[in-house]
Ligand binder design. Structure first.
Ligand code: ATP
Ligand code: MG
Length: 212
């Protein structure tokens, strides 16, 4: 848990030698610049050593018939993050059967990350629902939450215990995966809303076509 604030950088650090790892879970269908900017700005502000993107296996809040296969979403996430040495992608959720719950993600990552401090990054819309997540008390024991601003959503602590969440304003990008999918289905461009390699993958794999 953060205990001190470096005045010059605004960086919160508890110990100089503890690894600091961000975790960004998402459906990433597709991953877009809003996800990447949020992760980059949290990494910068919190002096993270790494940010692990974790595409969901089966997102329990979403209609399965509407979600692209986990492999497509994993590969798009890999393409979007490969050029950043601080970013990595985990298959823990893609490889686990059944619905994806954040508590399971964090339990698995905690087992491999040892004593690292974990910062779970979540947009304002997702943060608002944390109290409905399975075993949310354990989620808060496993990670410090970082809630980031997102256009169209109010960023607020949903009533979590003191110190469990830090709220951070990030560059406002009004981009959503739903909007990217809708634009593709309508024959409109998604150039610059997603990384170029992701746009190319979407075209090549024929994702988000009208009668998919
Ligand atoms: P969908 O429209 O399919 O729900 P999405 O754009 O919301 O897609 P998700 O994969 O559901 O993307 O989101 C993963 C995480 O990224 C969530 O915590 C979400 O709040 C956050 N997030 C998504 N888009 C943005 C954005 N533009 N700015 C800040 N955070 C974002
Ligand atoms: Mg979403």
């Amino acid at each position: 848990m953060p205990t001190s604030l470096g005045a010059a950088s605004g960086v919160v650090r508890s110990s100089a030698d503890t690894r600091r790892v961000g975790v960004m879970g998402g459906t990433f269908d597709p991953i877009h610049q809003g996800h990447l900017v949020a992760a980059a700005e949290v990494a910068d502000t919190f002096a993270l050593d790494e940010v692990i993107f974790v595409p969901t296996g089966r997102p329990w809040q979403k209609d399965q018939t509407e979600v692209s296969s986990a492999e497509h979403r994993y590969l798009m996430t890999l393409l979007a993050t490969v050029s950043n040495p601080t970013f990595s992608v985990s298959r823990v959720d893609v490889d686990r059967t059944g619905d994806t719950y954040t508590v399971d993600t964090l339990r698995e990552l905690r087992a491999t990350l040892g004593s690292s401090e974990i910062f779970f990054i979540t947009g304002a819309d997702a943060l608002a629902n944390v109290l409905s997540w399975r075993d949310h008390d354990e989620v808060l024991r496993l990670a410090h939450l970082v809630g980031v601003t997102r256009p169209g959503h109010v960023l607020a602590d949903p009533g979590l215990p003191t110190g469990a969440v830090t709220l951070l304003e990030v560059t406002a990008l009004a981009i959503s995966s739903s909007e990217c999918r809708a634009r593709r289905r309508a024959g409109r461009t998604i150039d610059y809303l997603v990384p170029e390699a992701v746009a190319e993958y979407i075209a090549k794999a024929g994702l988000y076509q009208v009668n998919r």
